[in-house]
Design a protein around this ligand. Sequence first.
Ligand code: RP5
Length: 163
Amino acid sequence: MSKVGILMGSKSDFDVVKPAVSVLKKFGVETEVRVISAHRTPDEAHEFAATAKEKGIEVIICAAGKAAHLGGVIAAFTTLPVIGLPVKTDMMGGLDSLLSIVQMPAGIPVATVGVNGGENAGLLALQMLAIKYPEIEKQLVAYKEAMKTKINNDDEALQAMLG
Ligand code: RP5
């Protein structure tokens, strides 16, 4: 059974994290969801990253806001893929979080989704897992097919409305 670690720098990030947890659960992937901060609980961040692989975690999502160093710090201590999820902030609309996460120095990549992009963080983790798990790949194909149907139906309805 595949497993994804989902970390957030503060409990206040949880609303942004929820869609990632939901989509992973929907696809039958186990999650370990934790509040761990790069700055406030650095020892726990190190411990989590250093032991994630032996606990069966295959991808780690890190949500953080402001000076959002969680993803980078976790990526420093593991070879597992890390997905950064920037959290929207009052002061700068999340641009601070986005740049803190995406602008990693060469050698420590953090795959970064958009500001408050919780669902995409979950889906990207699923796409990574799908390389190894055919049952996840199958569900992703169905997910994309459903999306396509919805957009085509919306387009048809719009054409009908506009005459
Ligand atoms: C970051 O600071 C957290 O990821 C959060 O987005 C932000 C604010 O944290 P709180 O002050 O709400 O705990 O570390």
